[in-house]
Write a protein that binds this ligand. Structure first.
Ligand code: SAM
Length: 199
């Protein structure tokens, strides 16, 4: 039987491994202060690689839970010979916990996150207060959170949750890079919001 202690131990082991992997990423120098643009739930990396191709001055990292999606995303990086982007298999809160203190997020993007439509599953939604607190800890005073979904109920939930956060302020703003993500191609009708890190 798996005990709560086993779960904690496994998480600690995953975090240790994640820290080592982050240190080995080719586009991040963990010995200096760096600004990163993070996409959470990047899927096959279609949108983020397209952004990285035109914004060479920025550094990008995409994370996703699914190994095959990360492998496909990394193939795009190799094929296009991009030096400013990498993809990593990681869970969002674990990634933010494992990120070295000197690496801060310039902007964070969430496109078409899993909506978890059933009431009893709402607690699994990415956007919640503890996630927003953790994200804020890894941001600068000019960082922005960009959030896009086709799911109206999840959009309203996120807007309310972000409005209740002491760290984030919903603002007017445009989506920073126009290119459809994989899910956006399938479900083009969407709503988005932009939030500023509040200090
Ligand atoms: C509906 S897909 C959207 C993929 C992509 N953003 C797009 O628009 O095509 C949601 C993705 O988020 C990933 N995901 C879900 N929860 C996550 C988490 N906590 N951390 C990292 N990735 C997550 C899933 O594995 C999935 O690939």
């Amino acid at each position: 039987m798996i005990t709560p202690n086993d779960l904690l131990l496994h998480r600690a082991q995953r975090l240790l491994l994640l820290k080592k992997t982050i240190h080995s990423l080719p586009n991040i120098n963990c010995d200096s202060s760096e600004l990163l643009n993070l996409e959470i739930g990047c899927g096959h990396g279609h949108w983020l690689t397209s952004f990285a191709e035109i914004a060479k001055e920025r550094k990008f990292i995409g994370i996703d839970l699914i190994t095959k999606r990360i492998a496909k995303a990394n193939q795009k990086v190799s094929k296009r010979l991009l030096k400013n982007i990498s993809f990593l298999k990681a869970e969002a809160t674990e990634f933010l916990t494992a990120l070295p203190l000197n690496i801060l997020l310039q902007d964070c993007f969430v496109m078409y996150p899993d909506p978890w439509p059933k009431n009893r599953h709402h607690k699994r939604r990415l956007i919640n207060q503890s996630f927003l607190d953790l994200l804020a800890e890894n941001c600068t005073n000019t960082s922005k959170l960009y959030f896009m979904t086709d799911h109206l109920d999840y959009f309203r939930w996120s807007k309310q949750t972000i409005s209740n956060s002491k760290h984030w302020n919903i603002t007017s703003g445009q989506w920073p890079h126009v290119e459809t993500s994989y899910f956006q191609n399938l479900l083009p009708k969407n709503t988005f919001l932009v939030a500023d890190r509040l200090y």
